[in-house]
Design a protein around this ligand. Structure first.
Ligand code: SF4
Length: 470
């Protein structure tokens, strides 16, 4: 199997609903998870609550395929549910790790179920300690199960107590939804590394989603973000908020704005699309590179290309076409075919490029291999000059807070100078958004820039044994 290793890969998405009375949880969960599909395409699952009982359904593959294989949707109706779209790294693809995970009581009934977006850095040690205590684990080194077992252990003292213990013990990124036999619970780590939002539908169903695009998918109005360090519990009495642990400095992932989140999402009140367009405007201020046409690499390079075009007066043209029907990975045994995958995925309209000075705007450069193949496509199309712009600063370090990134030695900007990368790509100029401009665009402190600075909010030396992602 060949898969696109030249991108920072999405992590996971979580979604949850709670209503006083029975609602169409099958439909709501399907819509919400489809909206979050970009955060993970390998597997998905739901747990739903009906008559105080929790049932789960999990499957490998895309959400639409997983739900289509459900024979009797009427059985999936309830008053609350949680769901998960999953992406995992090699070593973490065990079926037992597909979320939501759940725990059973002594009557063999599921009484809690959890779905997690993020990555813990001390889960291996915590698991080891708990296994020594005699606590049984069923997943293949899933860090989510560590949180589940902590909550299970303290559940007799109440859900709030259990979640407090999670905050006391675990380190890393965690935005979670959790189902009990009478409530929907959501919590977010004290740094707020991954996003998590709360909304409500017209009929009073509460909705929690990794991104606001999930709220839109079920026609829910945005209420607010779950705050970093906050737990909310939603039951028949409404929404109860508990501030579990406050961190002076927040560390929201800046890459959510640059690439991961959907452009129609809003994080911390800021439109992701607007941020990306402003990035392009800033890049014009930064470089003033003149050209005949600005081209955005679909999809995430397009808003920055539009911003650059608007600020510079150079026309933006959507002349790089993306094949929407190509999966992320497919059988591809030969190197020659691998070279062609970029052309299969992206193809320029040659007449709009030939003899022109083109600016290619991409969201980032990771390994550099895809960028080079892309440049070759434009050379073949006889572009007169090629100017490559990355709408993010150079990526010099991997992420271990919930995103799948190549090891440091495979990150081109970690080992080569900008001049060397320019020569490797074979372009007339190469520009990266400056760190100063990225920070200026985000306007305030409170973001993680770890993959650009190698400075992380959490000690990276506590990395898990397996690079399990959620
Ligand atoms: S290291 Fe990079 S990708 Fe990871 S959380 Fe920080 S900014 Fe986001």
């Amino acid at each position: 199997m060949f898969s696109d290793k030249d991108k920072m890969h999405e992590e996971c998405g979580v979604f949850g609903v709670y209503a006083k009375n029975q609602v169409d949880t099958f439909l709501l969960m399907q819509f919400g998870l489809i909206a979050l599909q970009h955060r993970g395409q390998e597997a998905c699952g739901i747990s739903f609550l009906t008559n105080k009982k929790i049932y789960s359904y999990k499957k490998e593959g895309l959400v639409i395929e997983a739900f289509a294989s459900i024979e009797n949707p009427a059985l999936y109706q309830g008053n609350a549910a949680i769901g998960h779209t999953r992406y995992s790294t090699t070593g973490g693809q065990s079926k037992r790790n597909i979320q939501p995970l759940f725990a059973k009581n002594i009557d063999d009934e599921v009484f809690i179920s959890i779905a997690h977006n993020g990555n813990l850095v001390n889960s291996a040690k915590l698991r080891e300690d708990m296994e020594e205590e005699g606590i049984k684990f069923v997943s293949n080194h899933s860090d989510t199960e560590v949180m589940l077992r902590i909550i299970q252990k303290y559940y007799h003292k109440g859900i709030e107590f259990g979640v407090r213990e999670v905050f006391n013990k675990v380190k890393g990124a965690y935005s979670c939804v959790l189902l009990t036999q009478n409530s929907l619970v959501a919590f977010r780590d004290p740094f707020g590394i991954r996003p998590l939002s709360l909304g409500i539908t017209e009929d009073g169903t509460y909705v929690v989603s990794s991104e606001t695009c999930g709220l839109d998918a079920v026609s829910a109005d945005f209420i607010r973000d779950i705050e970093p360090g906050e737990m909310i519990e939603i039951n028949d009495e409404g929404v109860h908020s508990y501030i579990i642990k406050q961190q002076e400095k927040k560390a929201i992932c800046s890459f959510e704005y640059i690439y991961f989140s959907r452009p129609d999402s809003i994080i911390k009140g800021d439109s992701v699309y607007h941020f990306r367009e402003l990035t392009g405007r800033k890049l014009w201020e930064q470089t003033h590179i003149d050209a005949d046409v600005v081209i955005g690499v679909p999809d995430s390079g397009v808003p920055a290309a539009i911003g650059y075009a608007t600020a510079s007066g150079i026309p933006f043209k959507p002349v790089l076409l993306k094949n929407k029907y190509m999966g992320r990975s497919f059988i591809n045994p030969s190197q020659a075919m691998r070279e062609r995958t970029v052309m299969l995925k992206l193809n320029p309209i040659i007449s709009e490029v030939k003899g022109k000075r083109v600016i290619i705007m991409d969201d980032s450069i990771v390994r550099g291999t895809t960028s080079k193949r892309l440049v070759n496509i434009f050379k073949k199309a006889e572009a007169k000059e090629i100017h490559f712009i990355s709408a993010s600063p150079p990526i010099i370090a991997p992420c271990f807070l919930g995103l799948d990134t190549p090891e440091k030695e495979h990150l081109i900007a970690a080992k080569q100078s900008q001049e060397d990368i320019k020569n490797y790509l074979g372009v007339d100029s190469l520009t990266f958004l400056s760190m100063e401009n990225l920070k200026d665009l985000l306007q305030e402190e409170g973001y993680c820039y770890g993959c650009f600075t190698e400075k992380y909010p959490v000690n990276k030396n506590e990395q898990p044994v397996l690079n399990e992602l959620n």
